[in-house]
Write a protein that binds this ligand. Structure first.
Ligand code: GLN
Length: 244
């Protein structure tokens, strides 16, 4: 039996600028895991000149400081719309540079502070050291609990208020290399420093996001049918606590 006649709309924000280290793999994973279950995907790339329409799930990838500077002001111009989307239960996933812009600001080295869109109560300041390497972190809501990926950032992100960590690192640095947190969640807004890309190696989290997006669209919990994830989970397991 398939997840018949279900639909989901996904927006990829600024792929021409924020799409570092194969972050497009996250979009491919979300689309494929829906299509394999006969869930119709309405997919839209949003470029800097485009209006942003209503979607169930918004994705934004990572980028160097320069690309973040090119995106920050235009993203900020959509902040009120995106906050309303967040409050309606839309799902957001931001990777690294995109994640940093979900907070109040990102302060690069010796440059103008970049305004964030305040989807979560967090802020980022460029650190002296660049964190580059494999990351394993433990969540308290996924099965398996682990998430794995690759980090490459100098930004140090600090969470405040009701914005909670996505996970706690067991290998690697995560948000800032000191408080052991990795990523963040507020409502259905998720951020992570994990590239690699992230979702292909964490199919359980991809499905978690798809189920949240379906719940936002249909107003009820919809359990996804299981897929044969042997290859994905073997890959995931091979990366758990892989040396930094
Ligand atoms: N430029 C940001 C930093 O260095 C984000 C990097 C990234 O997206 N990988 O922290």
């Amino acid at each position: 039996m398939k997840n018949q006649a279900l639909k989901i709309s996904i927006a990829h924000l600024y792929p021409e600028l924020l799409n570092l280290y194969g972050d497009i793999g996250n979009i491919i994973t979300l689309k494929k895991r829906c299509e394999w279950r006969s869930i119709e995907v309405n997919f839209e790339e949003i470029h800097v000149k485009d209006e942003i329409k209503e979607h169930d799930l918004y994705f934004i990838g990572g980028g160097q400081d320069k690309q973040q500077e090119e995106v920050a002001d235009i993203l900020y111009s959509h902040k009120d719309f995106l906050s309303k989307e967040r409050d309606k239960g839309a799902v957001f996933l931001g990777i690294c540079g995109g994640y940093q812009l979900f907070g109040h600001y990102y302060q690069p080295h010796d440059k103008e502070k970049l305004k964030g869109i305040n989807l979560m109560d967090a802020y980022t300041i460029a650190g002296k050291k660049r964190f580059i390497g494999n990351v394993t972190a433990k969540t308290d809501f996924l099965n398996p609990k682990t998430i794995v990926g690759f980090e490459n950032h100098s930004g140090l992100t600090y969470l405040q208020g009701d914005t909670k960590p996505l996970a706690y690192v067991t290998t690697g640095n995560g948000n800032n290399g000191t408080d052991k947190t990795e990523g963040a969640r507020f409502k259905n807004v998720f951020g992570t420093y994990l590239h690699g890309s992230f979702l292909p190696k964490n199919p359980h989290f991809a499905d978690y996001l798809i189920e949240l997006a379906l719940e936002k669209r249909y107003g009820e919990k919809i359990k996804l049918l299981p897929l044969n994830d042997k290859i994905e989970i073997d890959t995931h397991n091979s990366l758990i606590n892989k040396a930094y």
